[in-house]
Design a protein around this ligand. Structure first.
Ligand code: NDP
Length: 241
């Protein structure tokens, strides 16, 4: 079987590490991005991934990009829904558009992308879908009603789709990273990051590769009996039951 994987937000941060991790395992990777052309071109040159510009919040754009990827590369076996944004603020100050932008980019994107690949995976009786949620979807985070809701929504979505898909040889799992050193977290004030690190038993932030390693496992045949699971990768910061 060809090993074709899609990684949304696959050209930067955690997604870039996932792209590299899957390529090291012999996958051909389509890395999706939104607007950062420099990062996309660097990713393509350095990793050999094919890069595709799209907005994962746009249902029709997702259908179109999947059709293009399947025409150029072949049937998709692995989908990693990693693209995400934050637009933080206390609820009483949160503009309506910041609610919708975060819900649509983080959560509706999972519907859009899964909707575009799931029929093919069911027909071929194989698929691996991995949704990158967050510690803040598990525990909630002040200033992130939009993000915490979107990331918690991904966990419910994961479990429901896993139940629908298991008999067709498809697994659907979620990963909840803790704080990982990427552009997303480097945008936070240093004193906030320092206070977060003090709450992490491992006494450090995570590395993008540590999320990629979990993705590689969940994409593999070795994980066939892991389905609907929430994999917590956070240095012990939040120990969910
Ligand atoms: P980054 O901000 O470093 O990268 C985000 C990626 O998502 C970029 O490739 C970006 O594309 C892409 N993207 C954003 N919006 C869209 C869109 N509308 N359509 C397509 N692609 C889009 O994020 P991280 O690597 O830090 O985070 C990756 C995932 O992990 C996110 O879902 C995040 O919520 C989650 N996460 C991160 C944690 C952390 O500590 N970093 C902790 C827990 C979860 P472009 O480059 O073109 O802008």
């Amino acid at each position: 079987m060809n090993k074709i994987a899609i990684v949304t937000g696959g050209t930067r941060g955690i997604g870039l590490s996932i792209t590299k991790g899957l390529i090291a395992e012999g996958y051909q990777v389509a890395a999706l991005y939104h607007g950062n052309e420099d990062a996309a071109q660097k990713c393509a040159t350095e990793t050999g991934a094919k890069v595709f510009k799209t907005d994962v919040a746009d249902f029709n754009a997702c259908k179109e990009v999947i059709a293009k990827i399947e025409a150029e590369m072949g049937s998709v076996n692995v989908l990693v829904n990693n693209a995400g944004i934050t637009k933080d603020g206390m609820l009483h100050k949160m503009p309506e558009e910041n609610w919708h932008a975060v819900i649509e980019t983080n959560l509706t994107s999972c519907f859009n992308m899964c909707h575009a690949v799931i029929s093919g995976m069911r027909d071929r009786k194989f698929g691996r879908i991995i949704n990158i949620s967050s510690i803040n979807g598990q525990k909630g985070q002040m200033g992130q009603c939009n993000y915490s809701a979107a990331k918690a929504g991904m966990l419910g979505f994961t479990r429901a789709l896993a139940q629908e898909s298991a008999a067709k040889g498809i697994t659907v799992n979620a990963i909840c990273p803790g704080y990982i050193a990427t552009d997303m977290t480097s945008a936070m004030p240093q004193e906030v990051l320092d206070s977060i690190v003090r709450q992490i038993p491992a006494a450090r932030m995570g590395k993008p590769e540590e999320i990629a390693d979990m993705v590689v496992f969940l994409a593999s045949d070795r994980s066939a009996f892991v389905n609907g699971a929430t994999m917590t990768v956070n240095g012990g910061q939040y120990m969910a039951a």
